[in-house]
Unconditional design. Structure first.
Length: 136
């Protein structure tokens, strides 16, 4: 059985319309939260991450105050292997945040909701600016 056939992972592509990416260049413009589901060995946390991914997309959009969406995608085995080789300290399953096809950060394994809230709040924080200068 492929990890992509797990009901919750399959639901991301079928029900939510998330693409399966073979390369970072295939990612939509803007922010994409990419699930690395652990293709080599199905992990117990993979369905949990798949279940909360749609909620994390909404959390990301809320942190951006509706200025742009955060889209979701699932990595195929080849892209996952590439990211595991190139990104430091990446344990699977993981979520990788892309910005315009570039890796911005990653969160390995399943975390409690408060961790996602604080990480997303910091990642998507936009400083107040006036005339190009930060406002305190």
């Amino acid at each position: 059985m492929s990890v992509l056939d797990l009901p919750l992972v399959q639901g991301l592509t079928v029900r939510h319309g998330m693409p399966v990416l073979h390369a970072l260049e295939q990612a939509q413009a803007g922010y994409v939260l990419l699930l690395l589901p652990s293709h080599a060995r199905i992990h117990l946390e993979t369905p949990d991450l798949a279940a909360i991914l749609p909620d994390l997309l909404q959390l990301g959009a809320a942190c951006l105050q509706g200025s742009q969406p955060v889209n979701g995608a699932v990595a195929d085995a080849g892209l996952e292997a590439t990211l595991v080789r190139t990104e430091r300290d990446l344990s699977l399953p993981a979520l990788v945040l892309l910005e315009n096809g570039e890796v911005k950060t990653s969160i390995s394994r399943m975390r409690d909701w408060d961790t996602y809230v604080s990480r997303f709040g910091a990642l998507f924080a936009t400083p107040n600016v006036a005339g190009g200068e930060p406002v305190a």
